[in-house]
Every structure is written in C-alpha cells, then in structure tokens.
Design a protein. Sequence first.
Length: 496
Amino acid sequence: MQADLVLHDLAKTQAQGEASVGMGHQSLLSDPRIELPDGSRLTTVSTGAEPSLSVRPTFRRGLSDATIAASEPRDKEDINCKPGASAAAEDVHPINSGTAGSVNEAYTYPPALHESVVPPLEPLIESKRLRMLRMCSSFLTLFLAGWNGGSTGALIPYIEKAFAITYAHVAILFVCTFIGYLVAAAGAGALARRVGFGYALCISVIVELTGLGLCNAYFAALPKPLMWTGILHGIYGLGAFASPLVATAMTTHGVPYHFFYLTNVGMNVPVLALAWLAFHDLQALPKHPAENGPENSENMTNSAISGTILKSRAVWTLSMFLLFYVGAEESIGGWIVSYILEVRKGSPEGASWVASAFYLGVAVGRIALPALNILMGERLAVFIYLLCAIGLEFLAWWIPVFASTAVCTAFVGLAISTFYTAAITTGGKLIPRSMHADAFALISSIGQSGSALWPLVVGVMSTRSGIWVVEPTVVALLGAQGICWALVPRVTRRTE
C-alpha cells in the first residue's frame, strides 16, 4: 500500500509537470528522486512523449544515489510503472520505448528478477605460479589425447593384417571412440560435482576423453580464453603429429603394433602426478553470477528452453556444419595412411609422414590463424579456407603423385584447423547466453558423431569399391560444410 501511495503521488506530480511545459518538450518531475519503503530509490527517465498524450512515467531503480547518478544499465533495471498499479503485481512484460536516446526496455513495477545485462564471469583466483602449473598440466593432457587419437590411422594397416579383417570392420574403432566421447560428455559434469574439479581432472588423465572437456572448461575461465584455447587445441595437434611417426617406426622395426599403446601408459603416470599436484585443491570453477540464483534451476529445467533450442536455425546449421567438419578431419586422419599405401604406392614411413603433416597443419593453424580470422571476420574466413581446402583436395585426388598428395593434405589440415572454434564463437553470438549450456551440448554431440559416422561410411565404401573413395568423400564433406555455413544466420548483434 505504501508503494501504491508513493506511485499515485508521483503520477499526480507528473501531470502537474506536464501542464506547465509547452508542446514538444520533455516532461519532468519536480522531485526526480523518491525513496520507496524498502529503501531503494526511483528516478525518472525521459520517454520523449508529447505532453498532450497520456504518459506513463518511466523510472529507474537503484541501490544508492551514486548508482542513480551514474545511470549505467548494468547497475540498474529500467521499469515502467502504471499509476496506481499494485506493487505486488506479477505480470511483467517488456516494452520498447521506440525513442532515440531513451531506454531500450521498460518493465512494470516491481522489476523482474532476471537482469537483461549479463554480469561478467567471476575471476578464478590463483597464483601466477599455480596457473602456469595448471596450464602445463592441461597442455600435457591434451598432448597425450592427441598422441592416442593420431595413432589410429597409422596402425590401421597392421590391425587389418593381425586380425584379417576388412576396412568396414576396422572402422568400428572410430565408433568405439565416439561412444567413449558420449560417456565422457554425459559423466564429466557429474563427476566434477561429486569429487571436485581437480580430482575429476586427475581421473580424466586415465580416461582421456573426459579430460578434453574439463581442460576446455578450465581454460574458458582464464583471461583471453580464445587465445589460450587455440593454443590448447594446437598442443593436441602436436600430439597427433608425433604419434604416427613413432607408431610407424616401431612397427617397421618388427615391434608388434599393440606395444605402441604401452607408450600411453608410460606417459600417463607422470601426467597423472602433475595433474594431481596442480588441480587436487581446485573444487570448482567460478560460475557465472546468473547461475547462482534460485531462478536459474527453474529456467534450466523449463521445457520451453529445450523447445526454443530445437527450433533454433543457428543450433541446427552449426550442428550439421560440425558433423561434416569432424567427419572430414577424422576421415583424412584415419584413412590417409591406407590411401597412400594402396593408391599412391608409398612406403609406410612416407604414409606416416603424410598423416603427421596433416595434424601438424591443424596444430599450426589453431595457434596462428585465429588472429587472421578476427581481421577478416570468421564468416568470410571460413568460406575462403573452404575454397582453398576443396581446391587442395582436388589436386591431391587428381594428380597421381605422392608428393602432391602429401603437400596438399598438409595444407588442407592448415585450412580447416579453425573451423570448430569459428562455429563455437559464432554460436556464442547467435544463441542467447541463458541457453548456451544446453545448445552447445547438443551442437557438440551432433558434431562429434561425425567422427564415428563418416569414417565408418568410408570404411564400408572402401570395402566395396576400394580405398580411393577417401578423397572424393572428403571433397563432398567439405562442400557440405560450405552449404551449412552459408545457411548459418549472419551475426548482427549478440542475443541476450
């Protein structure tokens, strides 16, 4: 009732002010600041309306005189109050004022609980030495993951001979990797909440696929996350670059192929010790302030959010783009060794160098190209890189020379290296922040399924028609990426 009386008196004062001001001029209250019973203050905001019209005064609510004087949207909410309206009203609707220089959004009093402007991420408090230790531990974890992932293609010919199986059967290896990714994606968050982030990361060194997501989460909380995440994934590429060379060197010297996996065990021990030393006391990463409120749990369980995500054009076009991108990358990395051996009649050492050169291009591109992408704009950059990659793949396909295939494959890795980052960055600008967690989980899951689907398709087609189908399949996947990228909505402004 006290708030109603205050607002009623305020409306009367507004009407008196309008009567004393000429046509076309701004209406002002005689008392621009009024204290409400709860201790907060109201201050008027110009609506630019004509005095002859019925005007609903617009107020800003602040916590102190300093915040009112500063007039910054981050510290206050814009609220539109109807004279005589109940302070306990629950029906809140955004209204556009439509006047230049005025407030973009107004709300009926009392204001909604949800702020339209998202506060910054809470800083991660740690010493410089500890941060360096944690970053080095994450780099080694990603290097180990790349070491494991990059060796599959180099070992496929030896696995085929050992078990006398076809390409279609050996392609099941890629499906198993994808299943491991799904388990990790579903369990990483729950594991971190149950045992703490640091211990979860230590466990993930043993179960490597879980560690990929946890390391990404840690680097996202650092200053300049895009730069450091690019370097992190570049380290993954360096691991994938080195492992085919070592695997081929071992097998060509008569060492059974499965002994290569002992190198993973040997590297896991020191990396596990370093991860425990760096992360054992880190219980949780800083959360966004919006995630700490009681309304957040209600929003996240609201089926309306899921429905909005499933109807989002940006979500589905980016998902399909990553489905084709991951499929192309895994098809090249997984089958290029067999392609070189059978189609180009190369040596095992030469074939392993081609696979390593591809991953080296990926590593260099992820570290060096993000700055260039910012200058060109990510949308244009992806189109340019796609055209280059398609042209290089055609050269590798049609020129029957080993050197041509090797060089072109390396530059294809360089060209497509930043596509994943570009998709995630674009999605962050197109998708409302409140939906990021659910939307990116869907995008990543669909995208990563390409690592199982397309290498399996290549394996089945190779069994029927020959391993030569690798190059035309990659060309088709690159073309499909271009179509999907063209269908992604243009970024005009961040949707909150």
